[in-house]
Ligand binder design. Structure first.
Ligand code: UDP
Length: 471
């Protein structure tokens, strides 16, 4: 009998919240708007799954099948191994399981495509075996993707270390990237494993059939341009930000608190799913919020121990709930003005609340897209990965953020924080930025509407996947 089941897209996501959230949204749209079925495989890094994972899982519609793949045995890597190695291992150790699942799923309905993130590119063989298109969904900006795609060329042309380069890297249509803004893996010695891994990942990207990028031309007009002879279809389908069932977020106390605050008065401070500061920097940020006498919601994380690294990505332990790292009396003195929480916040709902006027962000791409989608101007406080590049783009090109100035050891003083908040909330510059943020919001909301360009782009791809399948 003819198979009447919807063709199914299999998506494979590495253990990063910043990837899972846009993957979940992509899967949701493929199912609800484009006539496909979707199974989203999440390569877990921990068992049991984190609080964040459970929050995303609870918000996904039933139509998207979310499967948590088991974490690799804990002793395979030394405890000193970098976060990236853990993430890669979580995916690599699950490839046999992904292959098996793809076969099982194909027995019930035709497979339409395999979609992976950057870490999932080694799953290419599974797509080839199943005879389906192999796509990457890039969850960072086009500018970062462009840097990756150009990296082999830049690597071949440059003699010294990237960190010593005096000339910025100029990618077509992007802001110049200065040495200190490069991702850490590119700043590492070029003879190191870290750099070699990064370069080989960049080279491997070219082996996919197409790339979906979580951006839009309204934010990055040059998306897809300037790849020279490289024939690689690049499709902007964003900004795909997390949408959750209406009402779920109202449960969080901070939403009721926001309801009582004046319009655009609240500064929301959050460094993403895992960004942490040093002890000194965390205390200084608290002093800045106090000094600025502003209303704020602070999704605070326990500082990391290192006194040398100014920024860090790590997983918080659920039991660390004491706020002993904040200046003495801070909570009492800011009571009523501020809302401090250590739990996972409903970030998209917070940014969509009319009382929020400014977002102090680490410049994770999802956070930026969520702020843009809600028309909220930002203070860019980049920590790791490609965030310095994102911050430069936001301030210089997009015009919806100011960068917090950093001093020695990448330390940002309380006075600097107060001044950045002032620049974003009051005065002419703030007005300009608000206007720009509001225009941009209208554009990106339109891009994702039924007839918007991002929706149409995704529709075309979904159609091509379905056609291939019928051959
Ligand atoms: N997020 C959230 N609540 C939190 C912290 C983070 O909902 O308390 C969400 C946020 O809305 C975003 C994602 O987690 O969608 C973080 O992704 P981003 O790319 O900004 O940063 P990353 O965590 O990957 O560094």
């Amino acid at each position: 009998p003819a198979c009447t089941a919807r063709p199914r897209v299999v998506l494979l996501c590495s253990p990063c919240m910043g990837h899972l959230i846009p993957f979940a949204e992509l899967a949701r749209r493929l199912v609800s708007d484009h006539g496909l079925a979707a199974t989203l495989l999440f390569a877990s890094a921990t068992s049991p799954p984190s609080e964040q994972y459970l929050a995303v899982a609870a918000a996904l519609p039933d139509a998207v099948d979310l499967v948590a793949l088991p974490p690799p045995p804990p002793d395979l890597l030394p405890s000193s191994a970098p976060e990236r190695a853990r993430v890669e291992l979580a995916v690599a150790s699950n490839l046999p399981r992904v292959r098996e699942l793809a076969r099982e799923l194909a027995a019930d309905a035709p497979l339409a495509a395999l979609v992976v993130d950057m870490v999932g590119v080694p799953a290419r063989g599974v797509a080839a075996e199943m005879g389906v298109p192999f796509y990457m969904f890039f969850t960072s900006p086009w500018m970062t993707l462009s840097l990756f795609l150009h990296l082999p060329g830049i690597d071949a042309a440059r003699a010294g270390e990237h960190r010593d380069a005096t000339e910025p890297i100029r990618l077509p249509g992007c802001v110049p990237i200065h040495a200190h803004e490069l991702p850490a893996s590119m700043l590492a010695d070029r003879s190191s494993d870290t750099y070699a891994g990064f370069l080989s990942m960049a080279k491997a990207v070219k082996g996919v059939d197409g790339i979906l990028v979580n951006t839009s031309r309204d934010i990055e007009p040059a998306v897809g341009e300037g790849l020279g002879g490289l024939e690689l279809p690049v499709h902007p389908v964003g900004p795909l930000v997390w949408t959750r069932p209406v009402g779920v977020d109202r449960d969080h106390d901070c939403m009721r608190w926001l309801d009582r605050q004046p319009r655009r008065s609240v500064v929301y401070v959050s460094f993403g799913s895992g960004g942490t500061l040093t002890w000194q920097q965390t205390a200084e940020l608290a002093r800045g919020l106090e000094l600025g006498q502003c209303r704020f919601i602070w999704a605070v994380k326990r500082p990391h121990q290192s006194s040398t690294i100014g920024a860090f990505f790590g997983t918080q332990k659920g039991e660390d709930i004491s706020l002993d790292f904040l200046p003495e009396g801070f909570i009492e003195r800011t009571r009523g003005m501020g809302f401090v929480t250590q739990s996972w916040t409903p970030q998209t709902a917070i940014l969509g609340h009319p009382s929020v006027g400014c977002f102090v962000t680490h410049c994770g791409w999802n956070s930026i897209l969520e702020s843009v989608t809600n028309g909220v101007p930002m203070i860019a406080w980049p920590l790791y990965a490609e965030q310095n590049m994102n911050a430069a783009m936001l301030e210089v090109q997009v015009g919806v953020a100011v960068r917090a100035k950093v001093g020695v050891d990448r330390f940002t003083s309380k006075e600097e924080l107060v001044s950045a908040i002032q620049r974003v909330i009051v005065g002419k510059e703030a007005e300009r930025m608000r206007k720009r943020a509001s225009e941009l919001k209208d554009k990106v909301v339109h891009a994702l509407s039924k007839d918007g360009c991002s929706t149409r782009t995704l529709a075309q791809i979904a159609k091509s996947w379905k056609c291939i399948n019928r051959k």
